[in-house]
Design a protein around this ligand. Structure first.
Ligand code: NAP
Ligand code: GCO
Length: 264
């Protein structure tokens, strides 16, 4: 019997007050996991706690900036004390800065790399020792279309997400022997606050050009929803994927497979 259950597991999802992280943590709870999440500010954690409660999901929320190693080590220790050792980690917290590369300050580039690449390294490094001690674990890194493709104004984000794909493969390579599976999820274009600027209605009420572009580039002819990511995340967090390692599962409606619609 294929087992998608997460009963008895402790899952830590970073940056999960809302958006993709919130949806993944909610799905893990439905599959039986005990949930811990963090966000960077108390008011965000409080907002998240209220949202989980509204869905009848019991979670622990913690304030932690995932780019700060001391805060991350404290977070992991608190989760272990409150719920038990982390069995499933989702490195979800992320930022994007859409700035033409030649206009981007080096500090802005560093900030994106820090959250989107350095932080998954820091948090993974914090949980791997206990995963080894406990006979294994699951690490899921939230990658992106930009792990494979570039586009104007997202140089830092693409560099980070491309690096995150290779960090995923390297964790799989280095720790697979301890029954740790590290995989990525590469969401397509998903309707969340992060992509809201790309979907804003124009002053004349027409759709944002990028919105129309993405719908035309997607065989599914729609933006993804956070719910589209829940099944793939539960699969990669469960024992059903114990022989899947170092893989990035693209949940993109087919964008990466499609050259694009011929202009009419
Ligand atoms: P989002 O709506 O911007 O949520 C990101 C979350 O991460 C927010 O709660 C954010 O808090 C938190 N965060 C940012 N920096 C942090 C830090 N240093 N420490 C702790 N938490 C931090 O993004 P999303 O759309 O849900 O995306 C989640 C992940 O999926 C990101 O890694 C993103 O790159 C990736 N992704 C998104 C899409 C998409 O189309 N939406 C597609 C592919 C991949 P604040 O509110 O303070 O920023
Ligand atoms: C952008 C978008 C994308 C999505 C996502 C696609 O500006 O191109 O924000 O980067 O967030 O990463 O997979």
């Amino acid at each position: 019997m294929v087992n998608f259950s997460l009963e008895g597991k402790v899952a830590l999802v970073t940056g999960a007050s809302y958006g993709i992280g919130f949806a993944i943590a909610s799905a893990f709870a439905q599959a039986g996991a005990k949930i811990a999440f963090n966000d960077i500010r108390q008011e965000l954690v409080d907002k998240g706690l209220a949202s989980y409660k509204e869905k009848g999901i019991d979670v622990r929320g913690y304030v932690c900036d995932v780019t700060k190693e001391d805060q991350v080590q404290e977070l992991v220790a608190k989760v272990e004390k409150d719920l038990g050792p982390v069995n499933i980690l989702v490195n979800n917290a992320g930022i994007i800065k859409r700035i033409p590369m030649t206009e981007m300050k080096a500090e802005e580039f560093r900030q994106v790399i820090d959250v989107d690449l350095n932080a998954p390294f820091i948090v993974s490094k914090a949980v791997i020792p206990s995963m080894i001690k406990n006979g294994g674990g699951k690490i899921i890194n939230i990658c992106s279309m930009m792990s494979e493709l570039g586009r104007e104004t997202v140089s830092a984000y693409a560099a980070a997400k491309g690096g995150l794909k290779m960090l995923t493969r390297n964790i799989a390579s280095e720790y697979g022997q301890y029954n740790i599976q590290c995989n990525g999820i590469g969401p397509g274009y998903i309707a969340t606050p992060q992509t809201a600027p790309l979907r804003e209605r124009q002053s004349d009420g027409s759709r944002h050009p990028f919105d129309s572009f993405i719908v035309a580039k997607t065989p599914a002819a729609r933006w993804g929803t956070v719910e589209d990511l829940q099944g793939p995340a539960v699969f990669l967090a469960s024992s059903a994927s114990d022989f899947v390692n170092g893989h990035v599962l693209y949940v993109d409606g087919g964008i990466l497979a499609y050259i694009g619609k011929q202009p009419q």
